[in-house]
Ligand binder design. Structure first.
Ligand SMILES: [Fe+2]
Length: 206
């Protein structure tokens, strides 16, 4: 599914999870999904709708709101809630039941050209996730003709710097603390080995 398909116009709605809340167990528990999707993600959507009501942003698409508020000091709250709404929808699609394994051929060739191998790409994602100090996200992106791994802090999203996100992993503590406490590396590596949705990344590359 392409990035554009997670667009929504006001009022912004919490999209359905693409799987049951216990589908990612044992890597991510139903309890974590319950809080993360049902409280955190929902909270960003609800806050966004409150913040934009009656403003110039009320009728804009989600990505328009993100690009128009990025880096604008007095629009930080709108940016944060819009970007977190988008980022979480993208994160849920970046994982699937029985994920991991080998990417589809075209993506695998692109990964090999950019990183050397799928394992090297996964290692770079894992290293970037560990290097992100505090809350944020790690992303596989298309930058020009090359695939890259980038990390962003807090709500920041590579959309605002012209890169095309292919997949993401949430490294805010709320994504893993109930299941892994402080062991971020265990969460990241389990997601990469067992849940990562290479088909979603390949669709975004197309
Ligand atoms: Fe999150």
């Amino acid at each position: 599914m392409s990035n554009e398909k997670i667009e929504s116009a006001a009022p912004h709605v919490l999209p359905f999870l693409p799987y049951a809340d216990n589908a990612l167990e044992p890597v991510i528990s139903a309890k974590t999904i319950g809080f993360h999707y049902g409280k955190h993600h929902k909270g960003y959507v609800d806050n966004l709708n409150k913040l934009i009501a009656g403003t110039e942003f009320a009728d804009l698409s989600l990505t328009k709101i993100i690009t128009k508020t990025a880096g604008i000091a007095d629009k930080t709250a709108i940016f944060n809630n819009a970007a977190q709404t988008w980022n979480h929808t993208f994160y849920w699609k970046s994982m699937r039941l029985k994920g991991g394994g080998e990417p589809p051929t075209a993506l695998k060739q692109k990964i090999a050209a950019s990183f050397g191998s799928v394992d090297a790409c996964k290692k770079e994602l894992s290293t970037a996730a560990m290097a992100q100090f505090g809350s944020g996200w790690v992303w596989l992106v298309l930058d020009g003709d090359k695939l890259k791994v980038v990390k962003t802090a807090n709500a920041d999203v590579p959309l605002t710097t012209g890169m095309k996100p292919l997949l993401t992993i949430d490294v805010w503590e709320h994504a893993y603390y109930l299941d892994y406490q402080n062991r971020r590396a265990d969460y990241i590596n389990a997601v990469l080995d067992k849940l990562i949705n290479w088909d979603f990344a390949a669709d975004n590359l197309a």
